[in-house]
Design a protein around this ligand. Structure first.
Ligand SMILES: Nc1nc2c(c(=O)[nH]1)N=C([C@H](O)[C@H](O)COP(=O)(O)OP(=O)(O)OP(=O)(O)O)CN2
Length: 161
């Protein structure tokens, strides 16, 4: 892409990384002898920061890839109305049935993946790509990447296929 633009967003949300298991998986070999508990299986929250980059090889008649305002509009429903101040929960989480039964009155964002920063970045990427496709813009404008900062020290980037 010859031109790229990036727009930042933020939202507050709760989640639990129910698949976290520090003693298994690729990273387990890097562990020191002592295995700590899996802190992120607990319900906790983040002030998520999101950076969305879209690109194009040519500028439109306004000398833009696309107006920042339009990127904001495309993501408003997902970020401001759905994700913000919600509890993001995987429908495959063993606690999901209990959550639905007892906390169905709360704002839940029900997803089909364990809500890690990586998976959330893909979720937002796919959402925006669908919006561009629906608007017939995907030939000219591509989603380049979605970056999610979960904490001050940790981010994940999804760049598509
Ligand atoms: N690859 C990933 N690893 C972890 C994720 C993730 O989304 N992708 N998420 C978590 C937890 O949600 C956690 O809240 C964040 O973990 P961590 O960076 O360890 O948080 P700390 O505040 O403890 O970080 P410090 O830098 O030590 O302050 C876990 N892992």
């Amino acid at each position: 892409m010859r031109y790229e633009i990036t727009k930042r967003f933020k939202f507050e949300a709760g989640h639990r990384v129910w698949k976290q298991n520090l003693s298994s998986g690729k990273g387990a070999k890097l562990m020191a002898d002592e295995i700590p508990p899996n802190p992120c299986i607990n319900i906790h929250g983040h002030s998520y920061k999101v950076e969305v980059t879209v690109g194009s090889d040519k500028l439109n008649e306004q000398e833009m890839v696309i107006d920042f305002y339009h990127i904001k509009s495309a993501l408003k429903d997902l970020i401001d109305n759905q994700l913000d101040h919600s509890f993001i929960i995987d429908k495959n989480d063993p606690l999901f049935p209990k959550f639905k039964e007892n906390f169905g009155f709360l704002k839940l964002t029900v997803v089909d993946f364990c809500p890690t920063a990586e998976a959330l970045a893909k979720y937002i990427y796919d959402f925006l790509e669908d919006k561009l496709r629906e608007a017939g813009l995907l030939d000219e404008i591509k989603v380049v990447s979605v970056t999610i900062w979960e904490t001050e020290t940790g981010k994940a980037v999804y760049k598509g296929k």
